[in-house]
Design a protein around this ligand. Structure first.
Ligand SMILES: [Zn+2]
Length: 425
């Protein structure tokens, strides 16, 4: 048997193990928020990976957002050294999953296998990818017990809430120093035949307009903050949205609609707070003196965040000129810069070649509309040779009845194991 067949054999032989591993991971409900069961999932991975000869470290991201004794932010980094020096390939998966939401017909934490699919919250995003990378590493180690360099597998917290208690923390501690790690593969669900090079940027801000409270029967004695916000939204509709739609990127973002700049108005609130559903009283008659929105602006590699910020600020300043009594405040909530790995980077080329070998068709190069942990590996770790590659259908992430296809996991494990052979032998 040649090398590739031996590897295929080793992975096919682990199919049941791959299914059981994915089911076990789904059955640990690592909901974020609040950040449940991080310790439990790390301990599970610790037992599993130590059995295969990995050295493991459990690392708590003390003091990061959300970290507390009740909800500690635990991460695991496992490393297996080869016999001789060489590059280190690191597989990074987040262990957290988003809230369940409604509309499920399957048990979200049951890990049910039916028709070649495993169902559950996090099946596709991204416990299936984590399981595939573990199986890929274990199969590789069976076929190539002697290799050069090292393999690392990490399970990290909080990706769904920004990654500050996970990859960002590890990057700050030097875990993604290019002297230590040379290739990073993040098995996010971007489909098994695509290499994801990076992601767009994001800028989040809260805008508040102010008014003056008065009796609702005499609004002319006050100043309505909601009407001021209406003027802001009209500016956005008339000027900002058309300007954003006209900008397109050379980044291969999927889906197509995300190749332009976009902005979501995340929330709007003005006037009296909403009352609980069981409140039966009538509203008091007041002119609202405050209205707030949160905006979620996604920008392209060709834009810079100062321009993005400045564009919104200019519209607000313009209203100050043109609109009587217009006052506002803008508070930045978060910034994520775009990240994009070069198409010729070694990890890109290696995975692309393996995709073609395993699936019999050329790999597609894509970029993600939303951000993921690559940003921290790039910006904090200064490690550029990083991609997302993993099984699972992107559009299923965060949806009810999320699932991962077993064949897709097997195929992508094949691709990952092939990449280990290329880089480490
Ligand atoms: Zn994810």
């Amino acid at each position: 048997m040649d090398d590739q067949n031996q590897l295929k054999h080793a992975i096919d032989g682990r199919r049941d193990d791959l299914i059981a591993l994915t089911q076990d991971l789904i059955r640990i409900p690592t909901l974020n928020p609040p950040g449940d069961c991080y310790r439990e999932v790390c301990e599970y991975l610790d037992r599993r990976l130590r059995k295969t000869g990995f050295q493991t470290e459990l690392i708590r991201a003390f003091g990061t957002p959300g970290d507390s004794d009740k909800y500690p932010r635990w991460n695991i980094v496992a490393r297996r050294e080869g016999g001789t020096t060489g590059d280190c390939v690191h597989f990074n998966s987040h262990t957290d999953v988003v809230e369940v939401g409604s509309g499920w017909t399957k048990d979200p934490f049951g890990g049910e296998l039916s028709d070649g699919k495993i169902y559950g919250r996090g099946a596709c995003d991204m416990k299936g990818g984590l399981a595939a990378s573990i199986i890929a590493a274990e199969a590789f180690l069976e076929v190539h017990p002697k290799f050069a360099g090292a393999i690392e597998i990490s399970g990290t917290a909080d990706e769904e809430s920004g990654g500050y208690g996970g990859v960002a923390y590890l990057a700050e501690q030097g875990y993604f120093d290019p002297k230590r790690v040379q290739h990073v593969i993040i098995p996010e669900p971007l489909n098994k035949d695509r290499v994801c090079l990076g992601h767009r940027g994001g800028w989040w801000a809260e805008i508040e307009t102010f008014g003056e409270i008065a009796h609702g029967s005499m609004p002319f004695l006050g100043d309505c903050a909601v009407r001021h916000m209406g003027a802001v939204l009209t500016e956005f509709e008339d000027k900002l949205y058309p300007a954003m739609a006209a900008r397109t990127t050379d980044m291969p973002v999927v889906p197509e609609g995300a190749r332009s700049s976009t902005m979501n108005i995340n929330s709007i609130h003005g006037g009296q707070p909403e009352q609980p559903d069981d409140y039966t009283g009538l509203p008091a008659h007041c002119v609202p003196d405050s209205c707030r929105i949160v905006i979620d602006r996604r920008f392209l590699a060709e834009e810079n965040v100062d321009e993005v910020r400045g564009e919104v600020k200019a519209l607000l300043e313009g209203l100050k000129e043109s609109r009587d009594r217009f006052e506002y405040d803008m508070r930045e909530i978060n910034v994520v810069l775009p990240s994009m790995t070069d198409r010729n980077a070694p990890v890109v080329q290696t995975i692309a070649a393996e995709i073609e070998k395993v699936l019999g068709k050329p790999a597609e190069f894509v970029a993600s509309p939303g951000t993921y942990d690559q940003k921290h590996i790039d910006r904090i770790g200064k490690l550029k040779n990083c991609i997302a590659y993993g099984p699972g259908i992107l559009e299923l992430a965060h949806k009810p009845d999320e699932y991962i296809g077993v064949d897709d996991m097997v195929d992508s494990a094949q691709v990952m194991a092939g990449a280990l052979v290329k880089i480490l032998t």
